[in-house]
Structures are given as structure tokens and as C-alpha cells.
Design a protein around this ligand. Structure first.
Ligand code: SF4
Length: 342
């Protein structure tokens, strides 16, 4: 008898961000830091959000947990396991923060309380989120402490300022993972660290993510970190997603000139040390003065007349990829190629 092979059902994403807009009020008026961003993170998946400073990646990460200081979500949805977080009250959000979604920040000193020992902070974090007694919290904290490879017990009785940057970040990782969150948001977790410690912290994050079966949303400006860590990459520019897709494919064959320029700026073993490193000319445009058309056109080596006029949508491409560039609009590729070759 022929056997029927069940059709695999698509797994719904754990986190889905849809058409997210974030505004800030400034003395000169309201500005939009995030303008219609959308992407998803699947269970146990690592997604890296990459882009220059001012591209909106950290604001997007903060918007997931509604930790925007002075900003607000003006439009869009942040679906967590199907529930729109933007519609939850503070109490419901508190149940998700730390318990289901945890966050690690760039500088642990801004997150750790200087008045308490780091061991005390892990225990209290557990008691707050898990509502367990002190004894159980101490047991769980001690296990997280050793898993994060923080130095042994005497360090737990130290205050944040008595630890090195790497040790402080290990403490933050122990706190973040203490409640076994389903999603870990890591905002530039290694930027403040030297290269050796950075490699150790990335390795630790990968190890613990596998052990706790957590998904990870990694915010970074470093393509090297993306290559080592992420299953998929989402490239941000000037408050928009300009390209997304599986990491290996995006790095091998970028479909947006900005992604290509970011990759060209990463030195490799073949880079001639006598030559200056490739750099993207200009800077990310200020929020109050976004150029018309494609937001990247003032810096793009492949721009032509249409780019200053037509705003490109995020166009779907084969292989689950997408790119926001007029080069992918049907009928323009040849024209663009001609412009490039001119
Ligand atoms: Fe460059 Fe034009 Fe594509 Fe924008 S739309 S990235 S300016 S080629």
C-alpha cells in the first residue's frame, strides 16, 4: 500500500514585525526613526539586524519590548506568538519582558545596578520574573552563573564596577537566560569588548542559545559577527529594511548596493594593506532631511535619474530574499546595468 507522506506545515514565526513605524518628538518637530519595517524571527532561529549607526535597528529592537525612551509606535504590529504586543497594557507586557523575551544591551554598566552585588541582581531578577522563593532563585542563579562561565562564586559577591567588561557581559547573559526566554534580543553585545573577549562572548551566546533552545535577534553593525552567528540577516538603512535573506546567500551575492558596499568595507585576507579600505561615501541622512526617492541614492554608486524620484518598495526575490532597489523593478535591470557600465 502506498504510504502518504504528510505535508510539512509552515511553522508560524515566533516574532513578526509588520509595517512598524516609530516616532520621536524633538524640539524641531516629530521625526520618524523607523519607517515601515517588517521581518520575522522563527523559533530557535538567529536573525541579525545590521546597518550603520542611525539606521533604526536599535530603535526597532527596543520597540519590540516597548522600551522606547521618549518615542512611540505610531503604526504597525509586533506579533509575539500571534499576540500584538503593541496592544498590551503594562502588566501584560511585564509578564513577557524577562520571562519570554530577554534583552542584553551594549553596555552592561547601564543595565546593572551599581548598588548591589551581581549575584544579588541575578537572584532578584529571577524572583521578580518567576515569583519563586529565595532559596530556589539562588539555586537557579548559581546554575546560570556557572553556565555563563562567569568566574566562580567570589565574583558573584562583587559589585559591577569591580568586574571587567567581559565579566559584566557574562553576568548580563546569565541574568537574561535565567528565565529561559524563548527569544533573546542582543543589542550590540560585543561592541564595548576587545576582539578576544568578543569571540568568547559570541561563542557563549551560541552555546547557551542551543542549550536553552532560544531564538536570537542580534543587533550589530559588524558583518563579521553576522557571518559567524546568524541564520538570516536583515539589512537596515535610514529607518527601512533594504535587504533580507539567508545569511550565506546575502553575503555571497548581495542584491542591494548598500549591502554590497557594507561587505566591501570589511577587510579580508586578500585586502591589500597598502591600499585604503573601501568606505561608503557620505553619512546616513538625518531623520529630518530624508532624500526623496530611494533613501540611499545620494551615496549609491549605481544610482540613476529614477532613483532620486521613485521610492523603491521591498521587492521579493527568489530564495526567500527581498531587496528595496529599483534595479529589481522589472524592465530596469538592463537600464541600470548600462548606467553602471557607463
Ligand atoms: Fe541605488 Fe537606485 Fe537601487 Fe537606490 S534604487 S539602491 S539608488 S540603484
Amino acid at each position: 500500500m502506498p504510504t502518504t507522506v504528510p505535508t510539512p506545515q509552515p511553522v508560524p514565526p515566533l516574532l513578526q514585525i509588520e509595517d512598524l513605524h516609530v516616532e520621536f518628538d524633538t524640539p524641531d518637530g516629530t521625526v520618524e526613526a523607523v519607517a515601515g519595517v517588517g521581518f520575522s524571527v522563527g523559533a530557535q532561529e538567529t536573525v541579525a539586524v545590521v546597518g550603520e549607526s542611525g539606521s533604526g535597528k536599535t530603535v526597532t529592537a527596543l520597540a519590540v519590548l516597548q522600551l522606547l525612551d521618549g518615542g512611540r509606535i505610531s503604526r504597525g504590529r509586533v506579533l509575539w506568538d500571534g499576540t500584538d504586543l503593541t496592544g498590551l497594557d503594562r502588566r501584560a507586557l511585564r509578564r513577557i519582558r524577562g520571562n519570554e523575551i530577554a534583552m542584553i544591551f551594549q553596555d552592561p554598566m547601564t543595565s546593572l545596578d551599581p548598588l548591589y552585588t551581581v549575584g544579588h541582581q541575578i537572584v532578584e531578577g529571577l524572583r521578580l520574573h518567576r515569583r519563586i522563593d529565595k532559596r530556589a532563585a539562588r539555586g537557579r542563579a548559581s546554575s546560570c552563573w556557572s553556565r555563563s562561565h562567569a568566574r566562580p562564586a567570589p565574583q558573584a559577591r562583587r559589585y559591577p564596577h569591580q568586574l571587567s567588561g567581559g565579566q559584566r557581559q557574562r553576568v548580563m547573559i546569565a541574568i537574561a537566560l535565567a528565565c529561559s526566554p524563548r527569544l533573546l534580543i542582543a543589542d550590540e553585545p560585543t561592541t564595548a569588548l576587545d576582539v578576544t573577549i568578543e569571540a568568547q562572548i559570541l561563542e557563549l551566546l551560541r552555546e547557551l542559545q542551543a542549550e536553552y533552545r532560544s531564538a536570537m535577534l542580534l543587533v550589530t553593525h559588524d558583518m563579521g559577527v553576522v557571518a559567524e552567528t546568524a541564520d538570516r540577516v536583515v539589512v537596515f538603512y535610514a529607518g527601512q529594511v533594504v535587504e533580507q535573506g539567508p545569511t550565506a546567500e546575502v553575503l555571497r551575492d548581495p542584491q542591494h548596493p548598500y549591502t554590497a558596499a557594507l561587505l566591501a568595507a570589511v577587510p579580508s585576507g586578500e585586502t591589500d594593506r597598502a591600499e585604503p579600505l573601501a568606505a561608503i561615501p557620505g553619512v546616513v541622512p538625518p531623520l529630518r532631511a530624508m532624500p526623496s526617492g530611494c533613501r540611499f541614492h545620494t551615496r549609491c554608486a549605481r544610482a540613476w535619474d529614477d532613483c532620486a524620484r521613485d521610492e523603491p518598495p521591498l521587492l521579493p526575490l527568489p530564495g526567500g530574499r527581498s531587496a528595496r532597489c529599483l534595479l529589481h523593478r522589472s524592465g530596469t535591470a538592463l537600464q541600470a546595468a548600462a548606467v553602471k557600465g557607463a
